[in-house]
Design a protein around this ligand. Structure first.
Ligand SMILES: Cc1ncc(COP(=O)(O)O)c(C=O)c1O
Length: 386
C-alpha cells in the first residue's frame, strides 16, 4: 500500500488543484476504477481520453495478450503496423500517410518540425488553453495541467524558443486574421485542437475551422489538427513524404509502432467500426451535461456545458464559454469542493476545471443515472445558501 509520503506527493500533483484525498488505482474494469483501499469510482477520466471502450475491454486485452506472447518489441517493422495504418487510412479517407509515435508530445513536435522544414519558416500560432504536449515550443499559454497549475511559462524553456510561438484566443477570427496578416511571411503553421479538450471542453464555432483552413492556405502556412484527444490527425502525403527515412526531416522512436501498442489500437478500432457507438456516446454525454447543469441551477449555481462525441464538459459559470479566457472565470473553490464531494460519492471526474470529461461504451444509463444522483447531492452541499 502506498505510504503517506507517496500520497502527499500525489496530492501536490494532479490533485493539487482540488485538494482532497488522491487515490492509487489497483485496477480498472469497464467504466469503474478500484483503488488500493477497495473503493470504487465511476471513471470519467478514462486515462485522459483514449479508453473509448472503457477499461480492460476483453477484445483489446485478448489482442494485447496475443501480441505479448509473440515478443514485446523488435526494432524491426511488423505486419501489425501496416494493418493499423491501413485501418486508420480506411476510416479517415483524407489521411494518406501515417507515422506511428509513442506519445502525443512526439507527434506534435514532429509535425511542427516537418511544417518548418516544408515551409522554410519558423513561427507557429497556437490557441490559448490548447495543450499539445510538453515540447518546449508548446508551453506558452498552454492548457491542461499547465493551466491548472496557473503556470505562465516553464523554467528550462529558452526564451528564443517560446518567442517562436504566437498565441491568440480560440474562436477569435479577428485575432487570427490579424496574426496571419502580420506574420504571413514567417508563419510555418497554425496548430489547433479542433475541439479544445484541455481547457474544459470548448467546441469550435460554426465555420471557425474552415476559416483557419482558408487563412493558412492563403498565407502558405500549414494547418495542423492535433487530434490526440479528438481522433485522428490529418496530413497530406507529399508533406509526410519529407519525414525520414523517405525524406530529409528526422523523426524516430525506438518503441514507435511496437506490436503491443499496434494490437491494442487495431482491436479498439475494430470494435468501434463494428459497433459504431458514437451517436450513443454523444447521447449519454449530453444527458450527463444537461443533468449536471440542471442540478447546478437547482442549487443556485450558474453552469454551462457541451458534449461533442464522447467528450463533454461543464463550467460552473454563465456560458457560453468560447475561449480559455471565458473558461478562466470559473469558481475554482466551488469546483474543488464539488470534485471532493463527487469523489467521496464514488464518481471520478478530472481534478481540474480545465480538463474535458470523457465517456466510454461501458458507461450505461444506470451509471449515468447514479452519477447524476451523486452530482446532485454534491452540488446541494457545495451550493447551499446561494
Ligand atoms: C490535444 C493533445 N495533444 C497532445 C497531448 C500530449 O500527449 P502525451 O501526453 O501523450 O505526450 C495531449 C495530452 O493530453 C493532448 O490532449
Amino acid at each position: 500500500m502506498p505510504s503517506v509520503t507517496w500520497r502527499s506527493q500525489l496530492a501536490r500533483g494532479a490533485f493539487g488543484a482540488v485538494g482532497g484525498q488522491p487515490f492509487f488505482t489497483a485496477s480498472g474494469q469497464g467504466c469503474r476504477l478500484e483503488d488500493v483501499d477497495g473503493s470504487q469510482y465511476i471513471d470519467y477520466v478514462l486515462s485522459w481520453g483514449p479508453l473509448i471502450l472503457g477499461h480492460s475491454h476483453k477484445e483489446v486485452t485478448a489482442a494485447v495478450d496475443r501480441a505479448l506472447n509473440k515478443g514485446t518489441h523488435f526494432g524491426t517493422p511488423t505486419p501489425a503496423e501496416v494493418e493499423l495504418a491501413e485501418k486508420v487510412c480506411a476510416l479517415v479517407p483524407s489521411i494518406e500517410m501515417v507515422r506511428f509515435v509513442n506519445s502525443g508530445t512526439e507527434a506534435m513536435m514532429s509535425a511542427v518540425r516537418l511544417a518548418r522544414a516544408v515551409t522554410g519558416r519558423d513561427l507557429i500560432l497556437k490557441f490559448e488553453g490548447c495543450y499539445h504536449g510538453h515540447g518546449d515550443g508548446f508551453l506558452v499559454k498552454a492548457g491542461s495541467g499547465f493551466a491548472t497549475l496557473g503556470l505562465p511559462s516553464s523554467p528550462g524553456v529558452p526564451r528564443a524558443i517560446s518567442e517562436l510561438t504566437l498565441t491568440v484566443a480560440f474562436n477569435d477570427r479577428d485575432a487570427v486574421a490579424e496574426a496571419l496578416a502580420r506574420h504571413a511571411e514567417r508563419l510555418a503553421a497554425v496548430i489547433v485542437e479542433p475541439v479544445v479538450g484541455n481547457a474544459g471542453l470548448i467546441p469550435p464555432e460554426p465555420g471557425f475551422l474552415e476559416f483557419l483552413r482558408e487563412g493558412t492556405t492563403r498565407v502558405g502556412a500549414l494547418l495542423i489538427f492535433d487530434e490526440v484527444m479528438t481522433g485522428f490527425r490529418v496530413a497530406l502525403a507529399e508533406i509526410m513524404a519529407r519525414v525520414a527515412p523517405e525524406g530529409d526531416v528526422y523523426q524516430a522512436g525506438t518503441l514507435s509502432g511496437n506490436p503491443v501498442a499496434m494490437a491494442a489500437g487495431l482491436a479498439q478500432l475494430r470494435v468501434l467500426e463494428r459497433e459504431k457507438p458514437f451517436a450513443l456516446l454523444e447521447g449519454r454525454a449530453s444527458l450527463l451535461v444537461e443533468g449536471i447543469c440542471k442540478a447546478a441551477r437547482d442549487h443556485g449555481i450558474a453552469a454551462s456545458g457541451a458534449a461533442v462525441g464522447s467528450m463533454w464538459g461543464v463550467y460552473f459559470c454563465e456560458g457560453p464559454v468560447r475561449s480559455f479566457q471565458d473558461a478562466s472565470c470559473v469558481d475554482r473553490g466551488l469546483f474543488s469542493a464539488y470534485h471532493r464531494e463527487c469523489l467521496a460519492g464514488g464518481v471520478f471526474f478530472a481534478p481540474s476545471p480545465f480538463e474535458a470529461g470523457f465517456i466510454s461504451t461501458a458507461h450505461g444509463d444506470v451509471e449515468v443515472g447514479d452519477t447524476l444522483d451523486v452530482v446532485d447531492r454534491a452540488l446541494a452541499k457545495v451550493g447551499g445558501g446561494r
